[in-house]
Design a protein. Structure first.
Length: 218
């Protein structure tokens, strides 16, 4: 809960101070947020040093499923990820904020003309996205070594999940995650992690070349 609150607050401040002024200039928005991330990395290094930290898993042990033992914490992560995805999908389809957000994504000018407060919609959605990202970071922490640059390892995959799955579609996010994550896991069993990631990204580029709209059309 603390990670969610801090992420939401940080997202609101970032959107209010920088991102909302760059919505019509996406390249500059990407560069600005990248610059903010670099500044945060340096601040974290000054505060906590450059050494790796570890976080103990809240639950230990394994669960046997069909004769194969799976780490209990990883199964919990899968369940929580599906729960968060379903909650966001319901919010997008069943709430007024979700309806406003879908309208703004499709046509911002038209949404404004029918009375939707697009600035408020952007702020809330950015805060929710930041909160989800913070929760994801907290949940994955027991599985990795914590470093100030830890987010860089997930940056490329995050972009490709959205692009491969289909921009503007919750189903696309699910399909893109399954494609990128599943393929990466399968190839990593046979090859080194760096080489497997390079192969997955190359396959993703080829897929986008022949299907630019993504796996799922919005």
């Amino acid at each position: 809960m603390l990670a969610m609150a801090v992420g939401a607050l940080g997202g609101l401040l970032l959107e209010w101070g920088i991102v909302r002024h760059l919505y019509h200039r996406p390249i500059q928005a990407i560069l600005a947020t990248w610059g903010v991330s670099l500044a945060f990395q340096q601040l974290l290094q000054l505060a906590f040093g450059t050494g790796a930290r570890t976080v103990p898993a809240p639950i230990k042990g394994a669960v046997e499923i069909m004769g194969t033992a799976y780490p209990a914490y990883r199964l919990l992560l899968i369940a929580l990820a599906l729960l968060i995805f379903v909650a966001l999908a319901i919010a997008m389809r069943r709430t007024s904020l979700g309806l406003d957000l879908r309208a703004v994504i499709q046509n911002r000018e038209m949404a404004e003309s029918v009375g939707i407060n697009t600035a408020r919609t952007f702020s809330i959605s950015f805060a929710i996205g930041s909160a989800v990202a913070a929760v994801a970071g907290a949940l994955v922490a027991p599985l990795v070594s914590i470093l100030p640059q830890i987010g860089v390892n997930y940056l490329a995959n995050s972009f490709f999940v959205v692009i491969v799955g289909g921009v503007g579609s919750m189903g696309g996010v699910l399909a893109g995650s399954a494609f990128i994550g599943g393929l990466d896991s399968l190839i990593a069993y046979q090859l080194s992690p760096s080489l497997s990631r390079a192969i997955v990204l190359l396959l993703a580029i080829i897929l986008v070349r022949f299907r630019p709209q993504g796996l799922v059309k919005p």
